[in-house]
Design a protein around this ligand. Structure first.
Ligand SMILES: Cc1ncc(COP(=O)(O)O)c(C=O)c1O
Length: 382
């Protein structure tokens, strides 16, 4: 049997060979604890600090601004709960299409008296500027807007939101987990106070990510314990994963331009094909990261398509991996005003560095067969 074609890179990516090689020594001989004073510890500490430098360079900050954590989920929780812990509850604002780890963390703060406002998006998934300005004219202490949406791939105007947030003295954060490695992500240019990136979305390992912070940010840690990561993240560092994450950042920067061009071309081919088969593509008029396509075929359930495509050897998603446990329609599509019936038909293809044109051709022909069968079946049922 042919190996399955992986088309779900927004869920996670395979580890790059060079990243894997860099990690290996830290899983075996170099197992030291980076807090230890002996040679084993010093080697681990040096490796972590070198990875910190690689991460910092990739987003244009100083190494001292990088806090290593376990994942994007933890980084987002650290920012939201950590800054809130140092403030009197007022208003916090997030976009209406945030990943659940931002939305739920923000929602939890409402139990402590915070007022949560959601910045609305238009039918293409872009922030509505006038509403954003209006909401951020009210006293607001914390703002979080993702740079690229995990389901649609649509890029949100973080820089403009950051300007508004700064005008009213709010801390501004962006979850750049899906944007990083696919489009340029520069901390200063975005004008944020905090930024989240994650290793396993850029051909690095799971278990390492970073919250990048402005030095002025006042934040409480989530965990009690040692003074690791300048007191912001207690616990013995996952050295191998951090080293792999650093290398993945360096490689991501080297190949970003060529990869973006390659993926955009593949997506154009894919979208031309699915358009012919009758798909509605979400966010197609908006600026998007180059690898993502989120679409639906009217009358064909997304879940059914995902299962049938899997059987045919193609791994795709229905919405985000995290929300696939939810049975309701995608929150993102609902925020975009997509009707419930169409939203539940949505499937996501997210391309990666090892995909090629032949795979897209095979995918389209498998999809065509499946759609024909399903449509024939529903015609019989009627
Ligand atoms: C936009 C976005 N933010 C945060 C996360 C969570 O990141 P992690 O899986 O590293 O915890 C994801 C993962 O899918 C994501 O897509």
């Amino acid at each position: 049997m042919k190996p399955a074609v992986y088309l779900d890179h927004n869920a996670t990516t395979p580890i790059d060979d060079r990243v894997f090689e860099t990690m290996l020594p830290f899983l075996k001989g170099q197992f030291g604890n980076a807090s230890s004073r002996h040679e084993f510890g010093t080697v681990a500490r040096r490796a972590i600090e070198s990875a910190r430098e690689q991460v910092a360079v990739a987003v244009g900050v100083q190494a001292s601004q990088v806090i290593f954590v376990s994942g994007g989920t933890e980084a987002n929780n650290l920012f939201i709960k950590g800054t809130a812990a140092k403030l009197k509850p007022t208003q916090l604002a997030i976009s209406s299409v945030e990943h659940p780890c931002v939305e739920r963390a923000a929602h939890e703060l409402t139990k402590q008296g915070w007022k949560l406002r959601k910045l609305p998006v238009d039918g293409e998934g872009r922030l509505r500027k006038a509403e954003m300005i209006s909401i951020l004219s009210e006293p607001t202490a914390i703002v979080s807007v993702m740079l690229a949406n995990n389901e649609t791939g649509v890029i949100l105007d973080v820089a403009e939101t950051a300007q508004q947030a700064r005008n009213i003295g709010a801390w501004m954060h962006s979850d750049a987990v899906q944007a990083f490695g696919k489009i340029p992500v520069n901390f200063e240019k975005l004008g944020v106070h905090a930024l989240t990136i994650s290793g396993h979305k850029i051909y690095g390992p799971k278990g390492a990510a970073a919250l990048i912070v402005d030095k002025r940010i006042d934040m409480a840690p989530l965990l009690s314990g040692g003074r690791h990561e300048k007191g912001m993240r207690a616990g013995t560092e996952n050295v191998a994963a951090i080293v792999g994450f650093g290398m993945a950042c360096e490689i991501a920067m080297q190949r970003m331009d060529t990869l973006a061009t390659q993926l955009k071309k593949l997506r154009e081919k894919l979208e031309a094909g699915i358009h012919e088969l009758g798909a509605q593509i979400f966010g197609a008029q908006a600026e998007r990261i180059p690898n993502t396509s989120f679409f639906a075929f009217p009358g064909v359930e997304g879940e059914t398509l995902v299962v049938q495509l899997d059987r045919a050897g193609f791994a795709v998603a229905s919405g985000s991996a995290c929300s696939s446990l939810n049975t309701g329609p995608s929150v993102v599509l609902t925020a975009m005003g997509v009707e419930k019936d169409l939203a539940k038909n949505a499937i996501r293809v997210s391309l990666g560095k090892d995909n090629n044109a032949a795979q897209i051709d095979e995918f389209l022909s498998a999809l065509k067969k499946i759609l024909t069968n399903l449509r024939n079946l529903s015609a019989i049922a009627v």
